[in-house]
Structures are given as C-alpha cells and as structure tokens.
Design a binder for this molecule. Structure first.
Ligand SMILES: [Zn+2]
Length: 62
C-alpha cells in the first residue's frame, strides 16, 4: 500500500511512499479514502524560513 505526500502549504504533490498496513490505513482503504500525508516541499520550507528571518529583523545571528 502506498500513500501520497502533499505539501500542506501549496498542495503540490511530492510523490508517494510505501506505508505500513496499520488499522488506520486499512480502515481508510476500506472507506475508499486516499491516504495522504502532509509535508512541506523545499520551496515552501525555504519561504517559511525566510518569513521567520523577516520577523527576526534587527538581530544578526551570524
Ligand atoms: Zn509547497
């Protein structure tokens, strides 16, 4: 069984990954629901970091 990984920020698909057969994934499959895992893609991850840096303005961490 595989599940889909999607970026929680932009919704971009990041591919699929093999998942374990747990009670949870099996019940989702029974209901005909897709198994989606939310992650953050490299682009949004970079954006989030930049945003964090902006809110940190005034301090030099280097
Ligand atoms: Zn993204």
């Amino acid at each position: 069984m595989v599940y889909e990984i999607k970026c929680a920020w932009c919704g971009k698909s990041m591919g699929t990954k093999e998942c374990e057969h747990t009670e949870f994934t099996l019940s989702l499959k029974k209901m005909g629901l897709p198994i989606i895992s939310h992650a953050i893609c490299p682009i949004c991850s970079k954006k989030a970091l930049e945003d964090a840096n902006i809110s940190d303005e005034g301090e030099n961490h280097e």
